[in-house]
Design a protein around this ligand. Structure first.
Ligand SMILES: CCCCCCCCCCCCC/C=C/[C@@H](O)[C@@H](N)CO[C@@H]1O[C@H](CO)[C@H](O)[C@H](O)[C@H]1O
Length: 495
């Protein structure tokens, strides 16, 4: 990707931008919305949110959705990935209590998008479980699979006519390992046993929803259903045997645990993960493994349960065997590795984020070789910065990763679309608004949460229009306008 060959995105390649409900909507208790686990967590632990700005108002997209669509039109994107807040539409999580007022928000948003030929790409679950379901155990309760199935069916029924791209669940690893296995994300359960229960249930919930769409909606509506998985790249810190073994474990626990059940030929959780957790569980005095088993039927249900892989890719980690003793039992102890990042890689605002475009290329090749060239949509990629409109570090990051992506596509990776995280600044979970991910800056102090295009927005627009990455291109100023784009009329929902 650092050679001088000019590569172009094909005309049918789809560009989009993404947000999620809790991070942008606000209106946390408007019009009958129920409480989510993030509402509860942020209200109970305000000290956990770096700058104190939580999702109560966020970017106020609940009121600013018309401006959001205008921004998407300015960028010239083909689709908008956003999530539906489960507690906004089913306030207590169950199908017997539907909040029409909540649905109205998404009706309006979807209609406005379609009016301007922007395809909605809907995520059904992006971290904001109804609190009432959490009170029943949340994702550790095996019934959560049925709760999600019912919720998914209701949303499919309502929007199957209009929405052709669906993502069931965003990042099972974040939901389970960070939300149940640690205190980093809501509901902050901090128990490794519950983290693996969660993984099983979340994966099955995804597969059930996929099955519902396939059996009840696919024939008539011809949409595509996928899942978004965090596919950052893991490389050995050096090529020693120990580091090679360590990276194999990191990939099995961080990637294979979520990819294998759906995309591998064999199905099931990776053998290496099962072996390690089974053995450790026994040593730790458990009578059964902390990693729940999948039955034959469950393995079959999961296998092949995605029309595309939603790949969320941000960065690369360098891996070596852990030099320290982690608490046992814990996820860290199970994996048994340590992570670092290249000192020479440019640093973003987020502690975990450095720019290493080659990692995207390698991750794509890994997916091709291990999962037989799956259809991929990059459902998230982005960069965090300080506030400010001249975000040259985001521009460099975007151009670098596009270079790697184009090379991966030249080498037969089946990537059909790219989604920038994020359309606008938003609440970055416990980091509040201290880490800005937006192509558009949001003035959180202003009453209307005013949005302004950053330099990166103009650069992305130019790439979408020209289909190529021109390192020398600069806009005359930071004004952005809607450009008429007839190409979008040729849009096809088939992958
Ligand atoms: C000094 C060396 C630093 C090394 C750090 C090592 C720590 C490694 C442990 C892994 C930590 C995980 C960090 C990765 C996180 C991302 O994959 C994750 N944040 C992506 O989730 C999406 O992120 C978006 C922006 O952060 C957004 O919040 C979105 O909602 C998420 O789906």
């Amino acid at each position: 990707y650092s050679d001088t060959k000019k590569r172009k995105f094909p005309e049918n390649f789809l560009f989009g931008a993404a947000t999620s409900a809790y991070q942008v909507e606000g209106g946390w208790e408007d019009d009958g919305k129920g409480e989510s686990i993030w509402d509860r967590f942020a209200h109970k632990h305000p000290e956990a949110i770096v700058d104190g700005r939580n999702g109560d108002v966020a970017s106020d997209s609940y009121h600013n959705w018309r401006r959001d669509v205008e921004m998407l039109r300015e960028l010239g994107v083909d689709f908008y990935r956003f999530s539906i807040s489960w507690p906004r539409v089913l306030p207590n999580g169950f199908e017997n209590n539907i909040n029409e007022n909540g649905f109205k928000y998404y009706d309006d948003l979807i209609d406005e998008l379609l009016k301007h030929s922007i395809q909605p790409m809907v995520t059904l679950y992006h971290f904001d479980l109804p609190q009432e379901l959490q009170d029943l155990g949340g994702w550790t309760n095996p019934l959560s699979v049925n709760w999600f199935e019912e919720y998914a069916r209701i949303v499919f029924k309502r929007y199957a006519e209009k929405v052709k791209f669906w993502i069931t669940i965003n990042q099972p690893n974040t939901i389970c390992v960070e939300g149940y296995g640690s205190k980093a994300m809501a509901p902050a359960i901090n128990s490794i046993d519950s983290a693996y229960e969660c993984v099983k249930n979340v994966m099955l919930a995804h597969a059930k929803a996929y099955d519902v769409y396939k059996k009840e909606f696919k024939k008539k509506h011809e949409g595509n259903v996928g899942i978004a998985i965090a596919v950052n790249w893991y490389d050995p810190i050096t090529n020693s045997t120990e580091n090679a073994e360590a990276v194999e474990k990191a990939r099995a626990f961080q990637l294979g645990l979520y990819l294998d059940p759906i995309f591998s030929k064999e199905g099931n959780f990776p053998v290496l993960v099962r072996k390690i957790v089974d053995k450790k569980s026994q040593e730790q005095g458990y009578s059964t493994s902390r990693l729940p088993k999948l039955s034959f039927q469950e393995i079959q249900l999961l296998k092949g349960s995605a029309d595309f892989l939603g790949m969320n890719h941000y960065t690369t980690f360098l891996v070596k065997p852990s030099q320290q003793k982690y608490p046992s039992p814990s996820f860290e102890d199970d994996v048994g590795v340590e992570y670092s990042q290249g000192e020479q890689w440019t640093k973003a605002k987020s502690s975990w984020l450095r720019s290493a475009p080659y990692g995207l290329y390698k991750a794509c090749i890994y997916l091709n070789l291990n999962y037989d060239y799956p259809k991929i949509i990059i459902t998230e990629h982005g960069w965090s910065s300080d506030p400010g409109l001249r975000d040259s570090s985001r521009v460099d990051n975007l151009r670098g990763y596009f270079g790697a992506l184009l090379l991966a596509m030249e080498d037969a990776t089946q990537v059909v679309g790219y989604t920038a995280w994020s359309l606008m600044d938003n609440v970055e979970w416990t980091a509040g608004t201290s880490e800005r991910f937006g192509l558009y800056e949001v003035d959180f102090e202003s009453e209307n949460k005013t949005r302004k295009a950053r330099l990166s927005a103009l650069v992305l627009k130019n790439i979408i229009e020209t289909r190529e990455v021109n390192l020398d291109w600069k806009p005359k100023n930071l004004k952005i306008h809607i450009t008429k784009n007839d190409k979008k009329n040729n849009y096809k929902a088939e992958l």
